[in-house]
Design a protein around this ligand. Sequence first.
Ligand code: DX5
Ligand code: ZN
Length: 213
Amino acid sequence: MTKISPSVLAADFSKLGDEVREIEAAGADMVHLDVMDGEFVPNISFGFPIIECLRKQSKMVFDVHLMIDRPERYIERFIKAGADIVTFHVEATEKSEECLKLIRSLGKKSAISVKPKTPIEAIYPYLELCDMVLVMTVEPGFGGQSLIPETLDKVKALKAEIDKRGLNIDIQVDGGINEKNASEARLSGANVLVAGSSVFKAEDRCAAIDALR
Ligand code: DX5
Ligand code: ZN
């Protein structure tokens, strides 16, 4: 069953609580929260206060995507703020194993991500410690970009590796996902689709989520 995780990066930040309630009512399975530090990616989004405030307003699964340098410094605080799934980038740290173990030790779902130019094999040493892997389908940093088709080959390779090892790991794709390419992403092996623009900019968000699924 495909899960849909709308990214609030494309939402109206002046009424984020309402926006999250709306996508929940529209059938979203979780909400994707993109944290950017202006170092790991050339953009800055939001941090702890927004997540803490939203946590008081929503019981949805908070799928927190950390695009930050040396995430080990802040993982615990993001979990305290309300994260249920914590994703960090393999390119951002020399402590991937410690990060994954830390997330799990705090009772949350662990996930590691690769940028489009990073070979998928870079995360293979950590697969046993992952609840989810995020394969970026655009360069991280900005919403509203087009999916890079070659990234889906990485999804296929990852799916084959996970099946070969008999593991139960979600595969998430993020960036440029829309109703036209969602089925290809699913057929490649992804079962969690992040969608910013294609959900939040849609007139009918419920129909947009249904179309992706
Ligand atoms: C990009 C973020 C994505 C982004 C997706 O760096 O990680 O989550 O918000 O937005 P769309 O779906 O518009 O590409
Ligand atoms: Zn994201």
